[in-house]
Design a protein around this ligand. Structure first.
Ligand code: ADP
Ligand code: MG
Length: 352
């Protein structure tokens, strides 16, 4: 019998997305010879072992109200496992592996991975360093540059410099990158705080928005391209699935387009020629390796509309697992159904 702790929710702007991903992972996970411990982290950071058996309560954001929930936490003490608070005492349950179905801050950035590491519990996905480097887009860019992949021209900008002289920052962006320009926080996901700015008069407001989420942000040259995503799976010999493509059907692939409206259309495989397909899969594995990733990641690119050039955009070490998410769909299209994909991810976690 294998005990898998599925961790979801979290103190992150992507809390709601994690709930939807978690329901899908829990529902699709093979249950034979496996005990599943679904543990949610509330928006305030409280840990609860979900006591219900209807995973829909998680996706619907009703799980916190289940009367059978129990306060539970992972102790950093090695080998302690999951600690469950029962009245005045603590019961401990050994855990074989954790599957963190968390997105963004505190879940995808190495924080919680550090806890698993201290506790000595194997976990799905990237380690502390790769998670942290992949979550911070300015750090990701520096490491990705060592592979020689093309990236959008960028500026890394700091909140303190903006506060001191916003006009100077706006001028520098306009002179260096022109318009349209993308403004994005270094450490959010799901397009939270991201703006496409078409003219100088809208720049300051976009910077203010991004700086609300992060002290460090990026200004990026606009790339007119198809959005091509590559699912990578494995540890030392990672494999890339056939790339997919998202047509946002909107100005860009923003939060609304991702999770609220349904204007976006996925294409699996991506609408690119065979040579570009081979090349983009190769870049995905190189970037995964350069960042020191493990288990899984989704590596996102643009393929320019005019010259078919591959431009690396970003990497997601805990990609979405919602019913509309690309990562599981791309593997399914390559013949690896969701339940088997989860088994593989857990297998890589146990392999260490
Ligand atoms: N330099 C760029 N050129 C064109 N579109 C961009 C650029 N940067 C981001 N975007 C658009 O914004 C979306 C979100 O940006 P992204 O860097 O992927 O951040 P997130 O981590 O929030 O997904 C992308 O999917 C794309 O639609
Ligand atoms: Mg993205």
């Amino acid at each position: 019998m294998q005990t898998i702790l599925v961790l979801f929710g979290g103190v992150s702007p992507e809390h709601a997305v994690s709930l939807v991903s978690a329901e899908a992972v829990l529902r699709n996970m093979n249950k034979e010879n496996r005990r599943i411990l679904p543990v949610g982290i509330t928006r305030e950071g409280k840990w609860l072992l979900f006591g219900g058996d209807d995973y829909a309560e998680i996706a619907n954001d009703k799980w916190e109200e289940n009367p059978a929930n129990k306060t539970a936490f992972l102790s950093p003490e090695r080998g302690a496992g999951l600690c469950i608070v029962q009245g005045g005492s603590i019961e401990t349950l050994p855990v074989d592996a954790v599957f963190p179905v968390l997105h963004g801050e505190n879940g995808e950035d190495g924080s919680v991975q550090g806890l698993f590491q201290l506790a000595g519990i194997p976990y799905a996905g990237c380690g502390v360093c790769a998670s942290a480097a992949s979550m911070d887009k300015s750090v990701t860019k520096l490491i990705a540059a060592t592979t020689g992949v093309r990236q959008a021209k960028w500026l890394t900008l700091h909140r303190a410099a903006f506060a001191a002289d916003p006009d100077a920052m706006c001028r520098k962006i306009a002179e260096t990158l022109g318009f349209p320009v993308f403004i994005k926080p270094c450490s959010t996901g799901s397009s939270v705080g991201v703006s496409k700015v078409k003219s100088a008069d809208a720049l300051q407001a976009a910077l203010e928005t991004a700086f609300r989420y992060d002290k460090k942000i990026l200004a990026e040259e606009f790339i007119n391209g198809r959005e091509v995503e590559v699912a990578v799976l494995g540890n030392d010999a990672p494999k890339a699935a056939t790339a997919g493509e998202i047509d946002a059907g909107a100005e860009f692939y923003d939060y609304e387009t991702k999770y609220v409206t349904s204007t976006s259309t996925p294409y699996i495989p991506a609408r690119i020629d065979g040579e570009t397909m081979t090349a983009v899969r190769g870049w995905a594995v190189k970037i995964f390796t350069a960042l020191g990733c493990a288990g899984l990641s989704r590596v996102d690119f643009f393929v320019t509309r005019d010259t078919n050039e591959i431009v690396f955009n970003e990497i997601n070490t805990l990609p979405g697992f919602t019913p509309i998410s690309m990562y599981p769909k791309m593997w399914a299209a390559d013949g690896l159904p969701f339940p088997e994909l989860i088994d593989r991810v857990i297998g890589f976690a146990l392999e260490g």
